[in-house]
Design a binder for this molecule. Sequence first.
Ligand code: EPU
Length: 354
Amino acid sequence: MLVENNVALQPLNTFGIAARAQALARLRSEDDLRTLMASAAWRTPSVAFPVFVLGGGSNLVLTGDVKALVLKVDITGRRLVEETDKGWLIEAGAGENWHGFVTWTLEQGCPGLENMALIPGTVGASPVQNIGAYGVELQDRFHSLDAIDLHTGQAFSLDAAQCGFGYRDSVFKHVPTDERSFGLAGRAVITRVRFWLPKPWKPVLGYLDLERKMEETGIRSPDARQIYDWVVAIRRAKLPDPAVIGNAGSFFKNPTVTPEQCADIIARDPKVVHYPMADGSIKLAAGWLIDACGWKGKTMGHAGVYEKQALVLVNKGDAEHPCTGGEVMTLAKAIQTSVYERFGIRLEPEPVVL
Ligand code: EPU
């Protein structure tokens, strides 16, 4: 394992933003991290601290050079840990590509992750924001994870309850504010994640886009591979491929409002897309709100709003002149202002802004 200085981060973030890391270490194993933590480089504050953990860089906006030691987690490996008559327990290294892992589980005959096919990023980043799509969230299939504490070097494991999952949220996104609050942002490196895929497998087909596919094809009882193919097709049609157009997936979270607020908005905008939640609140489609404000396909500087999905901000520059993180955030703020002025709702960005 090597610590490199002044490393270009453009190939390491899916937005394709040009920025440099003061130092970067590629971790191929837990031992690499232990070796790094025992080295002189780790104890030289000017070089080594703060530390930033990088997964697939698919949920990240870089607004400048990263004055930190970036830990790029490249720990690989996928294995079936256990199969019982109740389900499959599967483990993957944090550095595994998420979609590659989903595909592999299906090839092994272990269904359950198909609705989350083609989400960009790594396995290690998947619990951080509790990724989700087409009716399934990571927390529905999560078993446990292994991590290493960056302060003590100790390895530890967390189950689902300890991860504090919420909508696009977990303990890994929170910084502790006092001694009673629990947050692991910047404190832990996730090394391995385990998933529990229950038997018998049950398809999750409640999402409108999947219902449409069933209508179109006449297939009423799709198997997991069929759902996987549909999800891949839906995502390809709606979402930009980061290998072609730089982006960080959904840029804002879908906001929740009270039924009264929602009724207010419906009175003015009857078409607002909204879903009632189990706790009585109402979730609104942020993409619809942004679209309604006329942002779809608009560009500011080298940053733009994707023409097929207003929730996704994209890099309108090219490899030599990419958008900057500042341009992305200026556009994001302009969108927030217009959604607030029209609907009284504050949109919250989903990616990590550095
Ligand atoms: N809509 C518009 N205009 C737009 C975009 C959306 O009218 O420009 C409407 C759609 O017609 C639809 C509704 O808004 O009725 C919701 O859109 P969609 O089904 O595309 O889903 P989303 O709420 O925009 C969420 C996740 C996605 C995930 C999809 C599918 C968040 C922030 N985003 O998007 O996750 O793939 O559902 O489950 O929750 C991501 O997190 O990066 C991501 C892509």
